[in-house]
Design a binder for this molecule. Sequence first.
Ligand code: SF4
Length: 253
Amino acid sequence: MARKAFRKKSKPYATVSKKIKIDVCGICNQRCIFCPNAIQNKHHGNIDDQLFCEIIHDAYHAGARELAISATGEPLLNTKLEEYITKAKKLGYEYVFINTNGVLLNECRAKSLMECGLDSIKFSINAGDPKTYCLVHGNDNFNAVIENIKKFGQLRRDTGNRCKLYVSFVAVKETINQAEKLSSLLSGCVDELITMNAVTRGGGISVPNSMLGNDSFSFSYPCGQLFDTAVVLAEGYMTISRHRGLYCKADCL
Ligand code: SF4
């Protein structure tokens, strides 16, 4: 009886997610030790222009309203990023955001991102000082990225722009106590510092367990993204969550 009632109520097809993430560039200019991007050998550069436009158009008309113009790679590597944000906002997306490592965010790009209507930017910075940044990210851009974040915050204040500014900090064993350090370096500049532990992502990355942190930062399972976000890779495949091709592929073309 209960099964009959369920069948009557449920639709014969899946509803379209209100949230969509599209990789406009599949590669990254960092090599974070916990990140699948750094170890996966199949990379795709920038997304095809027409494909991006078709996806945002179709998704919007199917009901999507929140758009991340980044998923597994570094969006600032794509020089058409601002054009894509403008198109998405014109279409009517209510919330458009990017996640970036911030290395390429010079003043000119910060200004253009704000002007084209970006709703939020989240910087991935996974250390509290240059030495551990080098260990985790694989390069010495720590000071430059901190400067870029501060300049973005300053520009936001000067112009009265409403773009939200977040920082995410993924901890490994060596950095488990550095969130505070990072927080005080950026105090008064960012809206929120989001902390979490590095995980093996279902065994999909090769970072040794000895490098991973403990459970200092909470994370609620299961990850909501699995159920409420559609993720499209730069090559036009769909994947579950943001783990490039680790779980499944469905052609989006
Ligand atoms: S965590 Fe972000 S910045 Fe680091 S390698 Fe992965 S995509 Fe690049």
